[in-house]
Design a protein around this ligand. Structure first.
Ligand code: GDP
Length: 534
């Protein structure tokens, strides 16, 4: 998508002002807090803290949600829109838990940039690194926020070094912290030559900003104690000498990340980060598709589904397909073509997630995320256009790493179970395989926790108690090749063959050795661990 990332002066202003991004972080680094502050600054809500409160009130008190809460993880991703200065921010939430990495991966296909939040005391943690690698695969631009500077944290150079070395990306400081922990006063804004002072008394107050003329400005002596000022001058001088300068193009290409230091809970450093997203973050970018790429400024509307969420509203058994608009100016009520089925769809009640609640979307531009309620027609990877047969590419499905058989507690309910499982498969919550031989289903997931989530959702949403049991298989590979070759292979390997929910052939085994052997003995076939959603 972002091969030649660039911000273009010729984009229509409505598109050019959009910034669509996700936050990546390790649990506890402060993603939720930062999100709340974004919304606070974005004016979307009156008081920070309402994201959680409102969200909870809106949701049904199901066991599933309870589980989500108990475990302190956010399973369901959502998208929020808010304005900041003259910009429109679309923040797509990523599930933080590593068990949901496939979902996260796909979410990252719908954004143009990522904000990486790290904890100043902990540096780059495992989940951050994994998510970063996913961003790297797509050269997604990354802006970094080093949080919790109000606590004891590592030395600033050490943090920057760790990011550079661990993630192999150039880091350029956009701000420089003054003091740490109890002594943390604020930051020197290296981009605007400003001093930002933190207000510890009121966490929701925008930091005081003092314009200064460089580091020799006498005003600094009044505001910063001598020893901290001396340290600041030394460090900034060193940083300017040793660290790369901010290069906006390198940021857009994903080779350089600017870093801001702050404290989300104290609302400190957040506005500077938002300015950074506005000024250095990418506009909506060109989308890879077949048979041609889609440019955001194209007059005709197009978009693709990157996530499906079921039962967001307990009263209606609806699903919401989250669609990233790839081009054009969408208006409510438009008829779009669902490219996979070639059928027209009137999009009469699309929703936008305006921070505090779902609202009807009257219009959307390239870069926006809208939710389309539907009864199952829309699947992950689907493309919507004004008629042209385009298919957005690059939305993968991964071979599950854990497989279990699934049976209904009541054998008479097998059909029911099939329906439930298919729904979850289409939502992308699990892979469902029907073995060629024998009965039952094999369910595949990326992380073990998903089995628990599935079991409670099937019981809750379909009233079906189910049992998951160890499967005899541990790996699954999609088999592709000429139809005759695939048929011949399935015929002689029936015990190992299943069909996924699209009807595609999957080879299952418990031994890597088997996979190697098939690859060796059948050069005419391809076994693969990923498949493009379509
Ligand atoms: P998430 O798991 O990444 O969403 O993290 P949260 O936003 O829930 O934050 C994790 C914990 O860190 C919570 O207890 C927050 O109150 C706390 N926290 C967040 N930001 C800051 C900060 O700037 N300073 C301090 N001291 N604590 C913070």
């Amino acid at each position: 998508m972002l091969d030649n990332a660039q911000n273009r002066p010729d984009l229509p202003p409505e598109i050019a002002r959009r910034r669509t991004f996700a936050i990546i972080s390790h649990p506890d680094a402060g993603k939720t807090t930062l999100t709340e502050k974004f919304l606070l600054y974005g004016g979307a809500i009156q008081m920070a803290g309402q994201v959680r409160a409102k969200g909870e009130a809106r949701r049904t008190r199901s066991d599933f949600m309870q589980m989500e809460k108990d475990r302190g993880i956010s399973v369901s991703a959502s998208a929020m829109s808010f304005d900041f200065n003259s910009f429109r921010f679309n923040l797509v939430d990523t599930p933080g838990h590593s068990d949901f990495s496939e979902d996260t991966y796909r979410t990252l296909t719908a954004v143009d940039a990522a904000v990486m939040v790290i904890d100043g005391a902990k540096g780059v943690e495992s989940q951050t690194r994994k998510l970063f690698e996913v961003c790297r695969l797509r050269d997604l631009p990354i802006l970094t926020f080093c949080n919790k500077m109000d606590r004891e944290s590592r030395d600033t150079f050490e943090i920057i070094d760790e990011i550079q070395e661990n993630l192999a990306i150039d880091v350029t400081p956009a701000s420089w912290p003054i003091g740490v922990g109890r002594d943390f006063l604020g930051c020197y804004d290296l981009i605007n030559d400003r001093l930002e002072l933190m207000d510890r008394a009121d966490r929701n107050v925008v930091a005081e900003s003092v314009s200064i003329q460089g580091l020799d400005d006498p005003k600094l002596d009044e505001l910063i104690p001598d020893h901290l000022l001396e340290q600041l001058r030394e460090e900034v001088e060193m940083a300017r000498e040793l660290l790369p300068k901010l290069d906006p193009q390198a940021v857009l290409e994903g080779h350089m990340t600017p870093i801001w230091f702050g404290s989300a809970i104290n609302s400190f450093g957040v506005r500077e980060l938002m300015d950074g997203i506005a000024n250095y973050g990418p506009q909506p970018q060109i989308q890879n598709a077949e048979p041609r790429q889609i440019a955001p400024e194209e007059k005709k509307v197009s978009g693709f589904v990157f996530k499906v969420q079921a039962n967001m509203d307990a009263k209606h058994r609806d699903r919401v397909a989250f669609v990233r608009m790839a081009s054009g100016h969408f208006k409510r009520g438009m008829k779009l073509t669902h490219v996979r089925s070639k059928k027209p769809m009137a999009i009469s009640n699309p929703v936008m997630f305006l921070a505090s609640d779902r609202e009807l979307a009257e219009e959307a531009w390239a870069g926006d995320i809208i939710g389309i309620p539907n009864h199952g027609q829309l699947r992950i990877g689907d493309t919507l256009t004004e008629g042209e047969a385009l298919r957005v590419t690059g939305i993968p499905s991964f071979a599950p790493e854990l497989l279990q058989t699934c049976r209904a507690g009541d054998p008479m309910k097998a059909k029911h179970l099939e329906k439930a499982l298919m729904q979850f498969a289409e939502e992308g919550a699990a892979k469902v395989f029907k073995p060629m031989m024998g009965s039952g289903f094999i369910v595949g997931v990326v992380g073990a926790l998903q089995f628990e989530v599935l079991a409670s959702r099937i019981e809750l949403e379909y009233g079906l108690p189910v049992r998951f049991e160890q499967s005899q298989f541990t790996s699954a590979r999609w088999v592709t090749g000429a139809k005759a070759d695939v048929d011949k292979f399935t015929d002689t390997n029936k015990q190992h063959i299943s069909y996924d929910n699209d009807g595609d052939v999957v080879y299952m085994t418990r031994l890597q050795w088997d996979i190697d052997r098939v690859e060796r003995d059948h050069p005419e076939l391809t076994l693969s661990a990923t498949k493009e959603m379509q």
